[in-house]
Design a protein around this ligand. Structure first.
Ligand SMILES: [Zn+2]
Ligand SMILES: [Zn+2]
Length: 184
């Protein structure tokens, strides 16, 4: 089994013809979180190990990725740590195939996670980045019962109540926010 330890992002751009018949294993660590730095800061290095396997003109990518990111809470805006441990299981298909057999693809590969590529270069860094971002929840809460901020004075209500008379001045959004907080 061919094993590669990638040290930087360029080494994660793998040429299709460089994948041996038995497949290619790649392990890498991104200590600074460059892969997702435009989205979220990391608290622990991104560690991934992937296996590339040729399937005709397709490439199957399997493996796992681990990290911990800092997310801003939707309610109180404070950052909290969110550990990620994701499995990678995607099929890369040459983009040219898309136009040629669009319909067939839809019928046969519905259950597979398909990403399109140019047919020559497998951007492992992009695959890993995608998996990390997919693992981040739509609703980001520091904890389920986070009380959020007072819509008037901005106080973090997790640290105690404020003096605002919120019942008379509450906006519909604040009411909704409170409802969500109590039901969450
Ligand atoms: Zn919060
Ligand atoms: Zn207040």
């Amino acid at each position: 089994m061919t094993k590669v330890k990638a040290m930087n992002r360029d080494e994660l751009k793998i040429k299709f013809e460089d994948i041996p018949p038995e497949g290619l294993d790649i392990a890498f660590e991104d200590k600074r979180g460059d892969l997702i730095k435009d989205c979220y800061p990391i608290l622990k290095p991104i560690r991934a190990s992937v296996h590339l396997q040729r399937w005709g003109i397709d490439v199957k990518v399997t493996g796992q990725v681990e990290t911990e990111v800092a997310l801003p809470c939707d309610r109180c805006l404070k950052e909290f740590s969110f550990p990620i441990k994701g499995r990678i299981d995607v099929l890369l298909e040459p983009r040219a195939v898309l136009s040629r057999m669009k319909e067939e693809l839809r019928l046969t590969k519905d259950d597979l996670d398909v990403i399109f590529f140019d047919g020559h270069t497998i951007e492992v860094d992009e695959v890993v980045r995608e998996e990390i971002l997919l693992a981040i929840p739509m609703r980001k809460l520091c904890h389920e019962k986070c009380k959020g901020l007072c819509p008037i004075c901005g106080k973090d209500l997790n640290e105690g109540a404020c003096q605002c008379k919120r019942d008379v001045r509450e906006s519909p959004f604040a009411v909704l926010k409170k409802l969500m907080a109590s039901s969450g």
